[in-house]
Design a protein around this ligand. Structure first.
Ligand code: AKB
Length: 315
């Protein structure tokens, strides 16, 4: 049975991944860590430790203390925050990653960290973006993600660390809200639809980005980590996606369930510029072929579930 250390456990992905992994591998087999303690279920239900990922010694000591054989490294600043604080993003995103990789190397752990559609840039083919293509991102987040993909490849080829990863699209969930991302509008729109029946989008109409519902994202991590290593040709940066839509399309889908819902626009130039530099839609063929990736939720199915769960949560 795996023994897993998760960094950034109280973030958007970690908040659900820890619970799901505890249900699969056993509560005591998933050690949640984060820079803060928010008193949530993740903290209370199983092992939890405070960890700043820039503290290499503490990370190593925790991994050793719990005798983990797997590290899921999630702690990172997202695209919009990274653009506001580029130096902090470099130090946290790259410093945290290299500390986690070094811990994995020293303790012989399997390793997962997410890359992102942010690893692409304006010169990347925009539609059905291939797995292997031009990567010249123009954001600090993108620079971090491409460097991270390469660093993970390096730790595999140089040191034999079993590194794995996916390029996540925008992730949508009713459990934990994201913070500081460009795709966050696609989560906020559901909250505002349920609470106020209106939403002002900071992303302009006609802007397409890849997205995925959280249950599919969690399955992707678990399936990739369980996949037969000999079948993986790409390892660290698999394109995965479940849908691609523009703000007016998600709004139209919500309107089917909340007819009074209205969307308006007040475009944020920083986040719009980031979105404009990313693909409209990416091609996930390699992930499907090499480890059987599939997504269950499209926009229609996700919207039904999001609205139902949020109505329950917010009322
Ligand atoms: C962001 O918007 O920064 C993230 C991502 C796509 O990596 N959600």
């Amino acid at each position: 049975m795996k023994k897993i250390l998760v960094t950034g456990s109280l973030g958007q992905i970690g908040s659900e991944l820890v619970t799901k992994m505890r249900s699969i591998y056993g509560t005591d087999h998933v050690i949640a860590t984060d820079i803060r303690d928010n008193g949530s279920e993740v903290v209370k239900a199983g092992p939890f430790e405070i960890l700043d990922v820039t503290d290499a010694t503490k990370m190593y000591n925790l991994a050793k203390k719990y005798e983990v054989d797997t590290i899921i490294h999630l702690a990172a600043l997202l695209s919009a925050t990274a653009e506001k604080k580029p130096l902090l993003a470099w130090n946290l995103n790259m410093g945290g990653l290299v500390n986690a990789l070094e811990t994995a190397r020293e303790l012989n752990c399997q390793f997962f960290t997410p890359s992102s559609i942010g690893a692409f840039g304006p010169s990347t083919p925009k539609d059905n973006t291939p797995q292997d293509t031009i990567q010249r991102p123009t954001t600090m987040y993108g620079v971090n993600k491409v460097s991270g993909e390469l660093l993970c490849d390096y730790y595999f080829t140089k040191f034999g660390v079993d590194t794995r990863g996916v390029r996540f699209p925008g992730l949508i969930s009713y459990v934990a809200e994201p913070g500081g991302g460009t795709t966050d509008y696609a989560v906020e729109i559901y909250y505002e639809a349920v609470k106020n029946k209106r939403f002002t989008s900071y992303i302009d109409k006609g802007t397409y980005m890849d997205m995925m519902y959280m249950p599919d994202a969690l399955n992707a991590i678990i399936d990739l980590m369980e996949a037969d290593s000999t079948k993986l040709k790409h390892r660290n940066a698999f394109n995965i996606t479940a849908m691609s839509f523009a703000p007016e399309e998600i709004a139209a889908e919500i309107k089917k369930h909340i007819p009074e819902f209205e969307i308006s626009y007040n475009v944020d130039p920083v986040r719009q510029a980031i979105a404009n530099s990313w693909p409209n839609s990416i091609d996930a063929t390699a992930a499907k072929e090499e480890w059987g990736f599939k997504a269950e939720y499209n926009l229609e199915k996700m919207t039904i579930d999001m609205l139902e769960k949020l109505k329950r949560k917010l009322n």
